[in-house]
Design a binder for this molecule. Structure first.
Ligand SMILES: [Ca+2]
Length: 421
């Protein structure tokens, strides 16, 4: 049973509904208007015709800003798929794996209007920030320059952590020695203040948070604030790592596991053909990893202690190379294709942004759940409300009646009745 179904069983138990009730099929069947039962993810194409969309960042209005690696454009994509151009970033020198890469919306965007960008310039990789107002990107100002650049392994993912600090995944640019060199910004995960200074509490008193990385393009935090990063292996093993300050993640001495006490072992490894992992997001107890060469979206369920359960492959081969994944305000995952990056086989509509519901749609943890009572209205039981869940594997809806309208998850695993969503 998926984590989401488990969550709903927990929710119902918390609401005073006996768990055994869920084992009986609902006499009324699925609520009116419910989608047919399915175990496959539900996928909606949000936008098409983009060019190597590399990073997605959501604005408070629910739309997203999207970087395009080679054109250096920042596009705005609304939830209904309207695409406009917010601006073109000056100074981007796109070549090889470099170009306009990461994007992160300021956690205080409502007051400062800042959007942060990571790109490959003529002489380095750098982080800048620019305002975004009235649909237009302002003039970028440098935040952090001097990150080594190369034809390959430029890293490029940036994200604000739960601590309000800016994190960046960098690459060793093909010069493997940089990864173990604490004096270089290459082959690292960096942690800086919003103005680019070493963040307070960093393990070496510098901008370095962790080292021994080959090429980091995915950063995410779980609900407990634990940090994770993806990493491209060379020829054998890609990695998902649990990130702890000061850690040495082994490259180029160790690829994959086997680091002993000196190097941190990953919590997941894949062959490079199965993965080549770029972006990563956390949703509902799982990490989701966008795989380029692997042409799939990996779900990595997390254990209570921050380890990994058995990964599950989604969308295998269906959409080609996948680059970015972010949680949208509606609880879906927005995933970008990367089929026009020179290594893919694009179709006419590429590149695309997809909205993916990993468990086939339905309510999402963390949001408010409104019971749908139309089936019971039809059955003459208008005072009772109906909560439904989909039983993974059986293709059946299971449900029960419930005498209130809505539940809201007030803390992880704790659901509270509310009058309305
Ligand atoms: Ca490693």
């Amino acid at each position: 049973m998926s984590s989401r179904s488990t969550m709903f069983r927990r929710a119902l138990a918390a609401a005073g509904v006996a768990a055994t009730t869920l084992l009986a099929p609902s006499p009324a069947g699925p609520p009116a208007g419910a989608a047919p039962a399915q175990t496959a993810p539900e996928v909606r194409t949000v936008a098409s015709g983009l060019e190597v969309p590399w990073s997605i960042g959501f604005l408070p209005d629910g739309s997203a800003l999207v970087t395009e690696r080679n054109t250096a454009r920042v596009r705005r994509v609304t939830s209904t798929g309207q695409v406009t151009t917010a601006g073109t970033v000056a100074g981007v020198a796109a070549a090889g794996e470099g170009g306009l890469l990461g994007l992160a919306v300021s956690p205080t965007f409502a007051t400062d209007r800042f959007v942060y960008l990571y790109f490959t310039a003529a002489s380095d990789n750098r982080i800048v920030r620019a305002t975004y107002q009235n649909g237009q990107l302002g003039t970028p100002q440098p935040v952090l320059t001097g990150i080594p650049k190369g034809t390959t392994h430029n890293g490029g993912r940036i994200a604000f952590g739960p601590d309000g600090m800016l994190y960046a995944g960098t690459g060793e640019t093909g010069n493997t020695a940089l990864a173990q060199d604490l004096g270089s910004l290459g082959g690292k995960i960096l942690r800086v203040t919003p103005t680019g200074a070493p963040a307070p509490g960093n393990p070496f008193g510098t901008r370095v948070w962790t080292y021994g990385h080959r090429n980091v393009q995915g950063l995410a935090w779980d609900a407990q604030g634990r940090m994770y990063a993806t990493e491209f292996g060379q020829n054998t093993l890609d990695e998902v790592n649990r990130i702890e300050p000061g850690g040495n993640y082994g490259w180029p001495i160790v690829e994959g596991s086997g680091g002993g006490t000196t190097y941190r072992d990953p919590i997941v490894t894949w062959t490079t053909a199965e993965a080549s992992p770029s972006g990563m997001a956390y949703l509902d107890g799982s990490l989701y990893v966008a795989a380029l060469r692997g042409r799939r979206l990996w779900e990595v369920p997390l254990t209570a202690t921050g380890g990994a359960g058995t990964p599950r492959a989604l969308l295998s081969g269906e959409y080609g190379r996948l680059r970015a994944v972010e949680v949208a305000p509606d609880g879906t995952l927005w995933v970008s294709t990367s089929n026009r990056d020179g290594r893919g086989t694009p179709v006419a509509t590429d590149d695309r942004i997809l909205a993916v519901s990993p468990d086939g749609g339905g309510p999402v943890e963390g949001t408010c759940v409104t019971a749908r009572n139309s089936a019971h209205v039809t059955a003459g039981r208008a005072t009772a409300y109906f909560i439904w869940v989909r039983a993974v594997g059986s293709n059946q809806y299971i449900g029960t009646t419930y005498a209130t309208t809505s539940l809201r998850e007030t803390s992880p695993g704790t659901w509270t009745r509310v009058d309305a969503c």
